[in-house]
Design a protein. Structure first.
Length: 431
Protein backbone atom coordinates (compact mmCIF):
# COMPACT_ATOMS: atom_id res chain seq x y z
CA UNK A 1 0.00 0.00 0.00
CA UNK A 2 1.87 2.95 -1.04
CA UNK A 3 -0.71 4.83 0.16
CA UNK A 4 -3.15 2.10 -0.42
CA UNK A 5 -5.80 0.40 1.48
CA UNK A 6 -4.08 -2.83 2.25
CA UNK A 7 -0.61 -3.95 2.25
CA UNK A 8 -2.38 -6.81 0.67
CA UNK A 9 -3.36 -4.23 -1.92
CA UNK A 10 0.00 -3.48 -3.07
CA UNK A 11 2.07 -0.98 -4.90
CA UNK A 12 3.92 -0.19 -8.05
CA UNK A 13 6.00 -2.08 -10.61
CA UNK A 14 6.18 -2.96 -14.30
CA UNK A 15 6.95 -2.38 -17.89
CA UNK A 16 10.16 -3.64 -19.41
CA UNK A 17 11.67 -6.40 -17.30
CA UNK A 18 14.53 -8.83 -17.68
CA UNK A 19 15.10 -12.28 -16.29
CA UNK A 20 18.77 -13.31 -16.04
CA UNK A 21 19.84 -14.51 -19.45
CA UNK A 22 16.53 -13.59 -21.10
CA UNK A 23 15.62 -11.02 -23.73
CA UNK A 24 13.11 -8.22 -23.05
CA UNK A 25 9.49 -9.20 -23.43
CA UNK A 26 8.41 -8.62 -27.05
CA UNK A 27 5.73 -6.09 -27.81
CA UNK A 28 2.23 -7.53 -27.85
CA UNK A 29 0.49 -7.66 -31.21
CA UNK A 30 -2.89 -6.01 -31.67
CA UNK A 31 -5.82 -8.33 -32.20
CA UNK A 32 -7.73 -8.29 -35.46
CA UNK A 33 -11.50 -7.83 -35.43
CA UNK A 34 -11.96 -11.57 -36.08
CA UNK A 35 -9.70 -12.47 -33.14
CA UNK A 36 -11.54 -10.07 -30.85
CA UNK A 37 -14.86 -11.58 -31.93
CA UNK A 38 -13.56 -15.10 -31.24
CA UNK A 39 -12.37 -14.07 -27.76
CA UNK A 40 -15.75 -12.47 -27.03
CA UNK A 41 -17.50 -15.70 -28.03
CA UNK A 42 -15.23 -17.70 -25.73
CA UNK A 43 -15.86 -15.22 -22.92
CA UNK A 44 -19.61 -15.81 -23.13
CA UNK A 45 -19.20 -19.59 -22.98
CA UNK A 46 -16.99 -19.40 -19.87
CA UNK A 47 -19.82 -17.88 -17.85
CA UNK A 48 -21.50 -21.28 -17.76
CA UNK A 49 -18.59 -23.04 -16.05
CA UNK A 50 -19.44 -22.08 -12.47
CA UNK A 51 -22.49 -21.31 -10.35
CA UNK A 52 -21.78 -18.77 -7.56
CA UNK A 53 -23.19 -19.31 -4.06
CA UNK A 54 -22.80 -17.46 -0.76
CA UNK A 55 -20.05 -19.13 1.27
CA UNK A 56 -19.95 -18.84 5.05
CA UNK A 57 -21.77 -15.90 6.60
CA UNK A 58 -23.50 -13.47 4.21
CA UNK A 59 -22.23 -9.88 3.98
CA UNK A 60 -23.46 -7.53 6.69
CA UNK A 61 -24.39 -3.88 6.30
CA UNK A 62 -20.72 -2.99 6.62
CA UNK A 63 -18.57 -3.36 3.54
CA UNK A 64 -16.51 -6.56 3.90
CA UNK A 65 -12.72 -6.37 4.07
CA UNK A 66 -11.73 -9.98 3.44
CA UNK A 67 -7.96 -9.62 3.37
CA UNK A 68 -7.02 -13.30 2.96
CA UNK A 69 -8.51 -16.78 2.82
CA UNK A 70 -6.74 -20.13 2.50
CA UNK A 71 -8.15 -23.60 1.82
CA UNK A 72 -6.90 -26.17 4.35
CA UNK A 73 -8.30 -29.21 6.14
CA UNK A 74 -8.01 -27.54 9.53
CA UNK A 75 -9.59 -30.30 11.62
CA UNK A 76 -7.99 -33.04 9.48
CA UNK A 77 -11.25 -34.91 8.92
CA UNK A 78 -10.61 -35.44 5.20
CA UNK A 79 -12.79 -32.51 4.08
CA UNK A 80 -11.20 -29.26 2.96
CA UNK A 81 -12.13 -26.16 4.94
CA UNK A 82 -11.24 -22.48 4.67
CA UNK A 83 -9.54 -20.17 7.14
CA UNK A 84 -9.52 -16.44 6.56
CA UNK A 85 -9.30 -13.00 8.09
CA UNK A 86 -11.26 -9.76 7.99
CA UNK A 87 -9.05 -6.69 8.27
CA UNK A 88 -11.71 -4.26 9.47
CA UNK A 89 -13.29 -6.45 12.14
CA UNK A 90 -9.97 -7.91 13.40
CA UNK A 91 -11.27 -11.44 13.01
CA UNK A 92 -9.85 -14.80 12.04
CA UNK A 93 -12.55 -17.24 10.98
CA UNK A 94 -12.94 -20.88 9.98
CA UNK A 95 -15.48 -22.04 7.40
CA UNK A 96 -15.73 -25.76 8.18
CA UNK A 97 -16.94 -28.35 5.68
CA UNK A 98 -19.14 -30.44 7.97
CA UNK A 99 -20.12 -32.86 5.21
CA UNK A 100 -19.44 -32.82 1.47
CA UNK A 101 -20.56 -29.45 0.14
CA UNK A 102 -22.03 -28.25 3.45
CA UNK A 103 -20.24 -25.44 5.31
CA UNK A 104 -20.56 -23.50 8.56
CA UNK A 105 -18.56 -20.46 9.67
CA UNK A 106 -16.97 -20.10 13.09
CA UNK A 107 -15.17 -17.02 14.42
CA UNK A 108 -11.92 -18.15 16.03
CA UNK A 109 -10.87 -14.75 17.38
CA UNK A 110 -11.84 -11.11 17.03
CA UNK A 111 -8.73 -9.75 18.76
CA UNK A 112 -6.20 -9.63 15.93
CA UNK A 113 -5.05 -6.13 14.93
CA UNK A 114 -5.81 -5.72 11.22
CA UNK A 115 -4.99 -9.29 10.14
CA UNK A 116 -3.68 -9.45 6.56
CA UNK A 117 -2.80 -13.12 6.06
CA UNK A 118 -3.38 -16.51 7.66
CA UNK A 119 -1.74 -19.89 7.18
CA UNK A 120 -1.91 -23.27 8.90
CA UNK A 121 1.03 -25.36 10.11
CA UNK A 122 1.87 -27.64 13.02
CA UNK A 123 4.33 -25.30 14.70
CA UNK A 124 4.64 -27.21 17.99
CA UNK A 125 4.72 -30.65 16.31
CA UNK A 126 1.86 -32.06 18.37
CA UNK A 127 -0.13 -33.45 15.45
CA UNK A 128 -2.66 -30.67 14.90
CA UNK A 129 -2.63 -27.51 12.79
CA UNK A 130 -1.91 -24.17 14.41
CA UNK A 131 -2.75 -20.89 12.66
CA UNK A 132 -0.21 -18.23 11.73
CA UNK A 133 -1.57 -14.69 11.59
CA UNK A 134 0.21 -11.72 10.00
CA UNK A 135 -1.13 -8.53 11.58
CA UNK A 136 -0.64 -5.11 10.07
CA UNK A 137 -1.81 -3.26 13.17
CA UNK A 138 -3.67 -0.85 10.91
CA UNK A 139 -4.96 -1.36 7.40
CA UNK A 140 -4.44 2.19 6.20
CA UNK A 141 -0.91 3.47 5.47
CA UNK A 142 1.14 3.93 8.59
CA UNK A 143 4.86 4.10 9.20
CA UNK A 144 4.63 3.24 12.91
CA UNK A 145 5.98 -0.04 14.23
CA UNK A 146 2.57 -1.59 14.82
CA UNK A 147 2.90 -4.95 13.02
CA UNK A 148 2.94 -8.33 14.72
CA UNK A 149 2.98 -12.09 14.18
CA UNK A 150 0.58 -14.17 16.26
CA UNK A 151 0.42 -17.97 16.35
CA UNK A 152 -2.90 -19.47 17.44
CA UNK A 153 -1.96 -22.72 19.19
CA UNK A 154 -4.45 -25.52 18.55
CA UNK A 155 -5.23 -27.80 21.49
CA UNK A 156 -6.36 -30.54 19.08
CA UNK A 157 -10.03 -29.66 19.49
CA UNK A 158 -9.87 -26.42 17.51
CA UNK A 159 -9.58 -24.28 20.63
CA UNK A 160 -6.81 -21.72 20.21
CA UNK A 161 -4.36 -19.97 22.51
CA UNK A 162 -2.60 -16.90 21.03
CA UNK A 163 1.18 -16.49 21.18
CA UNK A 164 2.61 -13.18 19.97
CA UNK A 165 6.05 -14.12 18.66
CA UNK A 166 6.91 -10.80 16.99
CA UNK A 167 5.59 -7.31 17.63
CA UNK A 168 6.45 -3.60 17.41
CA UNK A 169 7.70 -4.01 13.85
CA UNK A 170 6.76 -2.58 10.46
CA UNK A 171 3.29 -3.77 9.38
CA UNK A 172 3.28 -7.50 8.68
CA UNK A 173 1.56 -8.84 5.55
CA UNK A 174 2.52 -12.53 5.44
CA UNK A 175 4.03 -15.28 7.58
CA UNK A 176 4.76 -18.92 6.61
CA UNK A 177 6.50 -21.79 8.42
CA UNK A 178 9.18 -24.33 7.49
CA UNK A 179 12.26 -25.93 9.01
CA UNK A 180 14.96 -23.87 7.30
CA UNK A 181 18.00 -25.03 9.28
CA UNK A 182 17.27 -28.75 9.64
CA UNK A 183 16.97 -28.83 13.44
CA UNK A 184 13.48 -30.32 13.41
CA UNK A 185 11.73 -27.12 14.56
CA UNK A 186 9.45 -25.01 12.36
CA UNK A 187 10.94 -21.59 11.66
CA UNK A 188 9.11 -18.61 10.17
CA UNK A 189 9.45 -16.45 7.06
CA UNK A 190 7.88 -13.00 7.43
CA UNK A 191 6.98 -10.22 4.96
CA UNK A 192 6.62 -6.69 6.32
CA UNK A 193 5.16 -4.11 4.01
CA UNK A 194 5.74 -1.26 6.44
CA UNK A 195 5.22 2.03 4.62
CA UNK A 196 8.40 4.01 4.02
CA UNK A 197 10.38 1.15 5.54
CA UNK A 198 9.74 -2.58 5.43
CA UNK A 199 11.54 -5.91 5.79
CA UNK A 200 11.76 -9.58 4.94
CA UNK A 201 13.02 -11.75 7.76
CA UNK A 202 13.32 -15.33 8.90
CA UNK A 203 12.77 -16.30 12.52
CA UNK A 204 14.62 -19.24 14.02
CA UNK A 205 12.51 -21.38 16.34
CA UNK A 206 14.17 -21.77 19.75
CA UNK A 207 11.27 -23.78 21.16
CA UNK A 208 8.56 -22.88 23.68
CA UNK A 209 7.18 -20.18 21.33
CA UNK A 210 10.46 -18.27 21.32
CA UNK A 211 12.04 -17.07 18.05
CA UNK A 212 15.17 -15.18 17.02
CA UNK A 213 15.02 -12.88 13.99
CA UNK A 214 17.42 -12.27 11.12
CA UNK A 215 16.69 -9.59 8.50
CA UNK A 216 17.07 -10.79 4.89
CA UNK A 217 16.03 -7.57 3.14
CA UNK A 218 15.29 -4.01 4.25
CA UNK A 219 12.94 -2.58 1.62
CA UNK A 220 9.33 -1.36 1.87
CA UNK A 221 6.44 -3.12 0.19
CA UNK A 222 6.95 -6.84 0.86
CA UNK A 223 3.68 -8.64 0.14
CA UNK A 224 4.07 -12.41 0.17
CA UNK A 225 6.63 -14.93 1.36
CA UNK A 226 6.38 -18.31 -0.38
CA UNK A 227 8.42 -21.38 0.58
CA UNK A 228 9.71 -24.25 -1.60
CA UNK A 229 12.90 -25.78 -2.94
CA UNK A 230 13.27 -23.43 -5.88
CA UNK A 231 16.76 -24.41 -7.08
CA UNK A 232 16.81 -28.17 -6.65
CA UNK A 233 19.31 -28.40 -3.80
CA UNK A 234 16.83 -30.03 -1.39
CA UNK A 235 16.66 -27.07 0.97
CA UNK A 236 13.65 -24.81 1.41
CA UNK A 237 14.06 -21.36 -0.09
CA UNK A 238 12.03 -18.16 0.33
CA UNK A 239 10.45 -16.18 -2.52
CA UNK A 240 9.04 -12.71 -1.97
CA UNK A 241 7.80 -9.75 -3.96
CA UNK A 242 8.60 -6.12 -3.23
CA UNK A 243 5.80 -3.90 -4.50
CA UNK A 244 6.85 -0.41 -3.47
CA UNK A 245 9.54 1.72 -5.12
CA UNK A 246 11.66 -1.21 -6.32
CA UNK A 247 9.01 -3.68 -7.61
CA UNK A 248 11.09 -6.84 -7.76
CA UNK A 249 10.70 -10.57 -7.19
CA UNK A 250 13.41 -11.92 -4.89
CA UNK A 251 14.71 -15.41 -4.23
CA UNK A 252 16.51 -16.11 -0.96
CA UNK A 253 18.35 -19.42 -1.59
CA UNK A 254 18.78 -21.43 1.59
CA UNK A 255 22.35 -22.51 2.23
CA UNK A 256 21.08 -25.19 4.59
CA UNK A 257 22.86 -23.91 7.69
CA UNK A 258 20.61 -21.05 8.71
CA UNK A 259 21.97 -18.59 6.16
CA UNK A 260 20.42 -17.34 2.94
CA UNK A 261 21.65 -15.81 -0.29
CA UNK A 262 19.80 -13.14 -2.25
CA UNK A 263 18.88 -12.92 -5.92
CA UNK A 264 16.55 -10.70 -7.94
CA UNK A 265 14.55 -12.96 -10.27
CA UNK A 266 12.56 -10.25 -12.03
CA UNK A 267 12.26 -6.51 -11.90
CA UNK A 268 10.48 -3.70 -13.70
CA UNK A 269 11.16 -0.14 -14.71
CA UNK A 270 7.47 0.87 -14.63
CA UNK A 271 6.97 2.28 -11.14
CA UNK A 272 3.21 2.07 -11.57
CA UNK A 273 2.92 -1.65 -12.33
CA UNK A 274 0.70 -2.44 -9.35
CA UNK A 275 2.06 -5.76 -8.07
CA UNK A 276 -0.61 -7.59 -6.10
CA UNK A 277 0.30 -11.25 -5.38
CA UNK A 278 2.64 -14.13 -6.03
CA UNK A 279 1.84 -17.82 -5.58
CA UNK A 280 3.86 -20.96 -6.28
CA UNK A 281 2.61 -23.66 -8.66
CA UNK A 282 4.22 -26.18 -10.99
CA UNK A 283 2.34 -24.65 -13.88
CA UNK A 284 4.01 -26.63 -16.68
CA UNK A 285 4.27 -29.80 -14.57
CA UNK A 286 8.00 -30.31 -15.04
CA UNK A 287 8.62 -31.00 -11.35
CA UNK A 288 9.81 -27.47 -10.51
CA UNK A 289 7.82 -24.80 -8.70
CA UNK A 290 7.06 -21.77 -10.87
CA UNK A 291 5.89 -18.35 -9.69
CA UNK A 292 2.40 -17.13 -10.58
CA UNK A 293 2.27 -13.35 -10.36
CA UNK A 294 -0.46 -10.70 -10.71
CA UNK A 295 -0.20 -6.94 -11.09
CA UNK A 296 -3.49 -5.17 -10.56
CA UNK A 297 -3.25 -2.83 -7.59
CA UNK A 298 -4.90 0.50 -8.27
CA UNK A 299 -5.28 2.37 -4.99
CA UNK A 300 -2.46 4.84 -5.52
CA UNK A 301 -4.46 6.96 -7.92
CA UNK A 302 -6.66 9.95 -7.13
CA UNK A 303 -9.55 7.78 -8.29
CA UNK A 304 -8.79 4.11 -7.59
CA UNK A 305 -9.04 1.90 -10.64
CA UNK A 306 -7.29 -0.17 -13.25
CA UNK A 307 -4.44 0.43 -15.65
CA UNK A 308 -4.03 -1.08 -19.14
CA UNK A 309 -0.85 -2.98 -18.20
CA UNK A 310 -2.53 -4.91 -15.37
CA UNK A 311 -2.51 -8.67 -15.83
CA UNK A 312 -1.24 -12.14 -15.00
CA UNK A 313 2.17 -13.68 -15.66
CA UNK A 314 4.36 -16.56 -14.58
CA UNK A 315 8.07 -16.92 -13.93
CA UNK A 316 9.05 -20.30 -15.32
CA UNK A 317 11.53 -22.16 -13.14
CA UNK A 318 14.32 -23.22 -15.50
CA UNK A 319 16.33 -24.85 -12.70
CA UNK A 320 19.32 -23.88 -10.57
CA UNK A 321 17.81 -20.53 -9.63
CA UNK A 322 17.04 -19.22 -13.12
CA UNK A 323 13.57 -18.08 -14.18
CA UNK A 324 11.97 -16.91 -17.43
CA UNK A 325 9.15 -14.36 -17.58
CA UNK A 326 5.96 -15.20 -19.52
CA UNK A 327 2.87 -13.02 -19.81
CA UNK A 328 -0.30 -15.07 -19.41
CA UNK A 329 -2.71 -12.29 -20.29
CA UNK A 330 -4.06 -8.82 -19.62
CA UNK A 331 -6.59 -8.41 -16.82
CA UNK A 332 -7.54 -5.12 -15.19
CA UNK A 333 -7.17 -5.12 -11.42
CA UNK A 334 -5.68 -8.64 -11.31
CA UNK A 335 -5.26 -10.32 -7.90
CA UNK A 336 -4.74 -13.76 -6.35
CA UNK A 337 -3.78 -16.11 -9.21
CA UNK A 338 -4.63 -19.79 -8.67
CA UNK A 339 -3.76 -22.78 -10.83
CA UNK A 340 -5.95 -25.87 -11.27
CA UNK A 341 -7.25 -28.12 -14.03
CA UNK A 342 -10.65 -26.44 -14.16
CA UNK A 343 -11.71 -28.06 -17.44
CA UNK A 344 -10.27 -31.53 -16.65
CA UNK A 345 -8.20 -31.71 -19.83
CA UNK A 346 -4.96 -32.68 -18.08
CA UNK A 347 -3.19 -29.32 -17.85
CA UNK A 348 -3.29 -26.45 -15.36
CA UNK A 349 -5.42 -23.41 -16.10
CA UNK A 350 -5.20 -20.12 -14.19
CA UNK A 351 -7.95 -18.08 -12.56
CA UNK A 352 -7.49 -14.56 -11.21
CA UNK A 353 -9.89 -12.04 -9.67
CA UNK A 354 -10.11 -8.27 -9.98
CA UNK A 355 -9.93 -5.90 -7.03
CA UNK A 356 -9.51 -2.52 -8.73
CA UNK A 357 -11.60 -1.87 -11.79
CA UNK A 358 -14.15 0.53 -13.25
CA UNK A 359 -16.97 -1.03 -11.26
CA UNK A 360 -19.53 1.51 -12.45
CA UNK A 361 -19.12 -0.11 -15.88
CA UNK A 362 -21.15 -3.37 -15.96
CA UNK A 363 -18.72 -4.79 -18.53
CA UNK A 364 -15.81 -4.76 -16.08
CA UNK A 365 -14.66 -8.31 -15.34
CA UNK A 366 -14.34 -9.60 -11.78
CA UNK A 367 -13.32 -13.26 -12.36
CA UNK A 368 -11.25 -14.42 -15.32
CA UNK A 369 -10.20 -17.88 -16.49
CA UNK A 370 -7.03 -18.25 -18.54
CA UNK A 371 -7.50 -21.58 -20.28
CA UNK A 372 -4.34 -23.56 -21.01
CA UNK A 373 -4.19 -25.28 -24.42
CA UNK A 374 -1.62 -27.77 -23.12
CA UNK A 375 1.25 -25.91 -24.78
CA UNK A 376 1.34 -23.11 -22.18
CA UNK A 377 -0.71 -20.77 -24.37
CA UNK A 378 -3.52 -19.15 -22.39
CA UNK A 379 -6.86 -17.84 -23.65
CA UNK A 380 -8.77 -15.36 -21.42
CA UNK A 381 -12.39 -16.30 -20.78
CA UNK A 382 -14.69 -14.24 -18.59
CA UNK A 383 -16.30 -16.15 -15.75
CA UNK A 384 -18.19 -13.24 -14.17
CA UNK A 385 -18.65 -9.47 -13.96
CA UNK A 386 -20.14 -9.61 -10.47
CA UNK A 387 -19.61 -9.67 -7.53
CA UNK A 388 -16.97 -6.93 -7.62
CA UNK A 389 -13.94 -5.79 -5.56
CA UNK A 390 -12.41 -9.28 -5.29
CA UNK A 391 -8.82 -9.62 -4.03
CA UNK A 392 -8.87 -13.18 -2.62
CA UNK A 393 -9.12 -16.51 -4.43
CA UNK A 394 -8.34 -20.16 -3.70
CA UNK A 395 -9.33 -23.59 -4.96
CA UNK A 396 -11.35 -26.11 -2.96
CA UNK A 397 -12.17 -29.73 -3.79
CA UNK A 398 -15.57 -31.01 -2.74
CA UNK A 399 -16.03 -34.80 -2.56
CA UNK A 400 -18.18 -36.16 -5.36
CA UNK A 401 -17.31 -33.33 -7.74
CA UNK A 402 -14.64 -34.03 -10.34
CA UNK A 403 -13.98 -30.39 -11.10
CA UNK A 404 -12.50 -28.10 -8.45
CA UNK A 405 -14.52 -25.23 -7.04
CA UNK A 406 -13.28 -21.67 -6.62
CA UNK A 407 -13.60 -19.50 -3.53
CA UNK A 408 -13.36 -15.70 -3.73
CA UNK A 409 -13.28 -12.97 -1.10
CA UNK A 410 -14.23 -9.31 -1.42
CA UNK A 411 -12.49 -6.22 -0.10
CA UNK A 412 -14.78 -3.26 -0.79
CA UNK A 413 -12.26 -0.46 -0.68
CA UNK A 414 -13.99 2.22 -2.77
CA UNK A 415 -17.42 2.80 -4.38
CA UNK A 416 -19.64 1.86 -6.06
CA UNK A 417 -20.84 -0.91 -3.77
CA UNK A 418 -23.66 -2.16 -6.00
CA UNK A 419 -22.66 -5.83 -6.18
CA UNK A 420 -21.58 -6.62 -2.65
CA UNK A 421 -20.32 -10.02 -1.57
CA UNK A 422 -18.17 -11.36 1.23
CA UNK A 423 -17.17 -14.95 0.47
CA UNK A 424 -18.40 -16.78 -2.62
CA UNK A 425 -17.98 -20.40 -3.67
CA UNK A 426 -18.09 -21.01 -7.40
CA UNK A 427 -19.35 -24.58 -7.87
CA UNK A 428 -18.72 -26.29 -11.22
CA UNK A 429 -21.77 -26.78 -13.40
CA UNK A 430 -20.26 -29.70 -15.30
CA UNK A 431 -20.50 -27.87 -18.63
Amino acid sequence: MSPRILSLLFATLAGLALVPGCKPKPKEQKQTFREKKQVAEREVSARNLFQPEVFGNPPSEDNPWISNAVVVDLDQDGLEDLIGCEGQKNTVFWVRQTEPGVFEEITLTDEMLAPAHVDANDIDDDGDLDILVACMGQIFPNNDLIGSVVILENDGQQNYTPHTVLDHVARVTDVRAADFDGDGLKDLAVAQFGYYEGEVRWMKNRGNWQFDSEILLSLPGAINVCIADMNGDRTLDIVTIISQQYEEVYLFPNNGNGTFGQKVLWGSTNQDYGSSNIRLADLNRDGRQDILYTNGDGFDYAEPGSRPWHGVQWLENKGEGFFQFHRIGDFKGAYSPVAADFDLDGDLDVVAVSGFNEWADPKSVSVMLFRNDGQMNFTPEVIANTPTHLIVADVIHIPGEAQPSLITGAFLAYPPFDHKSRLTVWRPTGE
